[in-house]
Ligand binder design. Sequence first.
Ligand SMILES: [Cu+2]
Length: 176
Amino acid sequence: MWLIMKVFVFHFVVLLILFGVSPSQAATHNYSFVVKEASYTRLCSTKDILTVNGLFPGPTLHLRQGDTAFVHVHNKGKENITIHWHGILQPRYPWSDGPEFITQCPIMPGNSFIQKVIITEEIGTLWWHAHSDWSRATVHGAIIIYPKRGDRYPFPKPDAEIPIILGTNKGINSIL
Ligand SMILES: [Cu+2]
């Protein structure tokens, strides 16, 4: 009887480790993206541009391999919008990947939509951007994906991390 109890407890502990208390457990993140116009000054010229949360570039997502992010997109702009997660595979879940009228309907002005972003194999720095007409010129930002806790980078560990986001002159100049 005592031996049966010991075997049962051992199996129970193994199951716990396999399904839930692993130290590299994936995390869920929630972000709020309010798409709205904000005034922006460059080279002594101030214009209203479309932004996320009033920021240009927009907010940086900090995630780990295996994490899932739910990005609550609130469209307070004047045009339809979607956000695309550039370089993210989105396995078996293309429904909030961003290309409007292909994988999802655009988010109309005044409406909200939760875009689910699933990080599987990606690691390093990618970016997100609007996927409707010219809106991507100002509505974009970085996605920084770290290895799982306890894992190493698949490249030499950076000494420092400084995100640099490059835009095209054409897009920015035509708006500013
Ligand atoms: Cu893209």
